[in-house]
Design a protein around this ligand. Structure first.
Ligand SMILES: NC(=O)c1ccc[n+]([C@@H]2O[C@H](COP(=O)([O-])OP(=O)(O)OC[C@H]3O[C@@H](n4cnc5c(N)ncnc54)[C@H](OP(=O)(O)O)[C@@H]3O)[C@@H](O)[C@H]2O)c1
Length: 290
């Protein structure tokens, strides 16, 4: 961990939230609205107007557009969540785009909080603390690993937050929605018992990112839930909580499936628990207190 001088939350310069129409970005905007003037970016889904929020279309893979926006806006803080998980444009947007945002952030002296992912880890040596080196297993993992490298190179003061499966109950996040819809429609689905993640509730992650934006923390920080669970265990808990019949959930093996995916990405979150006032709830706690 490196430190830099504390930066007060400033009302004059706005906060920029990239990917503000996404699962995480929406929640950051909801929580930060009113605390600072906000600019949220979207790419393909123009959002509804929101008081206190200016919306701008941005392709983060377009370096000139990133530069122009940041130089016009002069944000105090940038929380960079925008990405693409798959082609087309995985590398251009997820890897190179993060680098463009970091370069421009450094030029305008903005505090950068970049959202990284546990999937850049190899998944063979869990639990992982912040010193874990990226050893990706699939194209998305390679893109997130390169993004971390580019961000650290261009903006050494940035906070890089490694997180895990982002969960929301109301309305359900896309994976939970798929599980719920499948069970309700009597469609059997297989969930892996050997893919372990550290699910985090979107409210806790968004609050952590906002808090981190005001703290003098630089480097990698794991911000995820403290309860590692397999995808199958999560499915069982979710359906049980909603009173749904979970018999349509079949336990499967990622290893046996032959998929090239990291298996156990459990993140060690004690540093975040010491550093942040925001409490990171377990998956079970979040189901009970959404
Ligand atoms: N979801 C998870 O479980 C999870 C787990 C670990 C890490 N993460 C990380 O968390 C971050 C946010 O994930 P999320 O689930 O909230 O994402 P999401 O819901 O899929 O939203 C992605 C956002 O990126 C925007 N976007 C897409 N292409 C773009 C482009 N070319 N230029 C600029 N913006 C673009 C989208 O805009 P439009 O909607 O307007 O097209 C949307 O706002 C990502 O960096 C991801 O790697 C997510």
């Amino acid at each position: 961990m490196q430190t830099m001088p504390a930066r007060p939350l400033t009302a004059e310069r706005p906060w920029l939230i990239t990917g503000a129409t996404g699962l995480l970005g929406q929640e950051i905007v909801r929580q930060a609205a009113g605390r600072a003037s906000l600019c949220g970016t979207f790419f393909s889904r123009p959002p509804e107007p929101l008081p206190g929020v200016t919306w701008t279309r941005l392709d983060v893979g377009d370096q000139a557009a990133v530069q122009a926006l940041l130089h016009d806006l002069q944000p105090a803080v940038i929380i960079h969540t925008a990405y693409r998980k798959a082609d087309p444009d995985l590398w251009r947007v997820t890897a190179l785009g993060a680098g463009y945002v970091a370069q421009a952030a450094a030029q305008v002296n903005a505090r950068l909080v970049y959202v990284s992912s546990d999937v850049l880890l190899d998944g063979e040596r869990a639990p992982y603390d912040e010193s874990a080196q990226p050893e990706p297993r699939h194209p998305y993992g390679f893109a997130k690993a390169e993004a971390e490298r580019l961000v650290q190179q261009a903006a050494p003061d940035a906070a890089l937050v490694r997180t895990s499966l982002i969960c929301r109950l109301r309305p359900p996040d896309p994976i939970s929605a798929w599980i719920i819809d499948s069970v309700q429609q009597g469609q059997p689905i297989t969930l892996f018992t050997d893919e372990i993640r550290s699910p985090v509730w979107v409210q806790d992650l968004a609050a952590s990112l906002i808090e981190l934006a005001t703290l003098p923390f630089a480097g990698i920080l794991n911000v995820a839930g403290p309860q590692p669970l397999s995808r199958y265990e999560m499915g069982l808990r979710l359906t049980r909580h909603l009173g749904l019949d979970g018999r349509g959930l079949t336990a499967g093996s990622s290893l046996a499936s032959g998929l090239q995916r990291p298996r156990n990405c459990t993140l060690e979150v004690s540093l975040a628990q010491r550093l942040l006032r925001t409490r990171l709830r377990s998956y079970d706690e979040g189901l009970e207190t959404p």
